[in-house]
Design a protein around this ligand. Structure first.
Ligand code: SAM
Length: 245
């Protein structure tokens, strides 16, 4: 299936910048989950699909991580990440432009130098997870930590949302919101040598409101007495999975 890529004008810069001031609940929850499994202090991170670098910045401030790297394929976001690091006088976090589904050169240089690869809120927007996981594995990290939409069963959902223009206009952009079978993901990680896996479901603390529910914005609602996150027609089931060698 071909998917129209977002161009730089369609990037929601506010989404990325906001996180520097207010890190997302997902970032806080996965990093504290991760910190319970390994002491993050002085660890080397590689963040794939790093956006504007807010996750690495949070890890640096809160957990004092060591030399770390971010890769994203959007030049605007890489430029912004570099600018933010300069403004905040952080020297040991570097950002590179690259396709995380095809990392080779950097993997040769950084092989065995990365403790943890993080892939946060990225897998669901890709066509599948195998290519990016294979990229991560090339660095030979002890841990691979992901946050994504997963299904607690043997079902994979391929969901493509086309954003349409009124009247005679066609598709403006398309985005995946794929949901993957947890069990298949774990089987894949185990087949790649990541035998120990820790799974945690994201808990929603805050209520999120949204005026226009016809767009792909997110809001919380109650379902069978539980708080759920809804985006368009989807109930978002966010999970964190930490895989260890
Ligand atoms: C939803 S954002 C998440 C950003 C960040 N990880 C976070 O947690 O806020 C997904 C990011 O993945 C990047 N991305 C998507 N496909 C990519 C690819 N093939 N190579 C590199 N980056 C990619 C996007 O540019 C975007 O910054």
């Amino acid at each position: 299936m071909t998917i129209r890529k977002e161009n730089s004008r369609q990037i929601d810069l506010k989404y990325h910048i906001k996180q520097y001031r207010n890190p997302y609940e997902t970032t806080k929850q996965i990093t504290s989950f991760l910190n319970k499994k390994i002491n993050l202090k002085f660890k080397n991170f590689l963040d794939l699909g790093s956006g504007s670098g807010a996750n690495l910045f949070y890890l640096k401030k809160k957990f004092k991580i060591a030399d770390s790297f971010g890769v994203d394929n959007q030049p605007t976001l890489i430029k912004l990440a570099k600018k933010m690091m300069k403004n905040k006088k952080i020297k040991n976090i570097r950002f590179y432009l690259g396709n995380i589904e095809k990392l080779n050169k950097s993997a040769n240089i950084l092989k065995n130098k990365i403790d943890v690869v993080t892939i946060l809120q990225v897998l669901s927007i890709l066509d599948g997870y195998k290519k990016v996981i294979n990229s991560a594995i090339k660095f030979n990290p002890k841990f691979i930590a992901v946050s994504s939409l997963f299904w607690d069963g043997y079902l994979d959902f391929k969901i493509r949302v086309d954003f349409l223009k009124k009247n005679k206009g066609g598709i403006v952009t398309s985005r995946y919101y794929n949901i993957y079978s947890i069990y298949k993901y774990l089987e894949y990680m185990k087949s790649k040598g990541y035998k120990k896996n820790y799974v945690k479901k994201l808990k929603f603390m805050k209520n999120l409101k949204l005026k226009d529910k016809k767009i792909m914005g997110s809001y919380t609602s109650n379902l069978n007495g539980k708080k759920v996150l809804i985006t368009g027609p989807l109930i978002q089931s966010w999970y964190f999975i930490i895989s260890k060698k």
